[in-house]
Design a protein around this ligand. Sequence first.
Ligand SMILES: Nc1ncnc2c1ncn2[C@@H]1O[C@H](COP(=O)(O)OP(=O)(O)OP(=O)(O)O)[C@@H](O)[C@H]1O
Ligand SMILES: [Mg+2]
Length: 305
Amino acid sequence: MIKITNITKQFPTVTALENISFTINNQEFFGLLGPNGAGKTTLMNLLVGYFDPDKGEIEIAGERVTRDNLHTRKNIGLVPQSLALYEDISAEENLKVFGSFYHIDKKELAVRIKEKLESVQLYDRRKDKVKAFSGGMKRRLNMIASLLHDPPLILCDEPTVGIDPQSRNAIFDYLTMLNQQGKTIVYTTHYMEEAERLCNRIAIIDHGKIIAEGSLDKLLEQLHYDDTISIIKNPSTIANMHIIKSFGDLIDVNEHFELKPKQGFLLSEFYSMSEKHNIGYKFIETKRPSLESLFLHLTGRRLRD
Ligand SMILES: Nc1ncnc2c1ncn2[C@@H]1O[C@H](COP(=O)(O)OP(=O)(O)OP(=O)(O)O)[C@@H](O)[C@H]1O
Ligand SMILES: [Mg+2]
């Protein structure tokens, strides 16, 4: 388990993290969702122990993380936000170099390299120089290069920014598989669809503070969204607006009206009313609340501009 307690990290001109506390359970796929500059990378760096916090502490499996504690670091694979690869050598040679950092037995390393290249669909390209790779291929290689020591805790810092769908899916599938094998994953992103799709539990971070945290269902419970009925604008609907309004709030959106049903709304009553008065309705849309709408609700801003 990861226990983060009252962490504050200050840089000369900005407080990157301000008194944050939360826990991450073993084998969770934990999402850290937040906009640019929220403090995600800073938190990742603190989890690995690249630098120490100004205040507070982090414990991983009961052991305090500090810059000097190399023991906790061995159990972590940090997939960094900025690519850390050697461009002028092949994918396979890169992995050999990274593997040598971890003092893995040569034979075992060769097995792992092959297996990992295959799992992110790069085995056929193993002899190619990294500089010939697409952005998505580099991202995939960057990921497995950080995981050759088979760590139980994997930190992924925005591994899918600006990449093609095939690479993105390969990364999703690989991480999902690792999580199913029992690895704990902490995944930062500013794509709410990714957090929704991958993570069991999510913390939303903004300006260095955790502003919401919980399972996706729990987070979205805070929002109350109703079905929306789109009502065709025609002389008959316009003449009967007062009746339609008795079913809920009616919003004029140029080409149609949008009806937000009120508490106690009965679809059967709506159907008979619309038949009686010849009210055309186009469709009934259930607007599923999303993390994007939650972020907007909590901060008044969009997650991405
Ligand atoms: N080494 C540093 N020196 C000074 N300021 C820093 C340093 N690292 C981060 N910051 C600042 O701390 C804040 C948080 O940055 P951080 O990189 O953690 O955000 P982030 O959530 O990872 O953003 P992004 O989505 O853009 O990667 C930002 O204001 C950033 O400018
Ligand atoms: Mg970052």
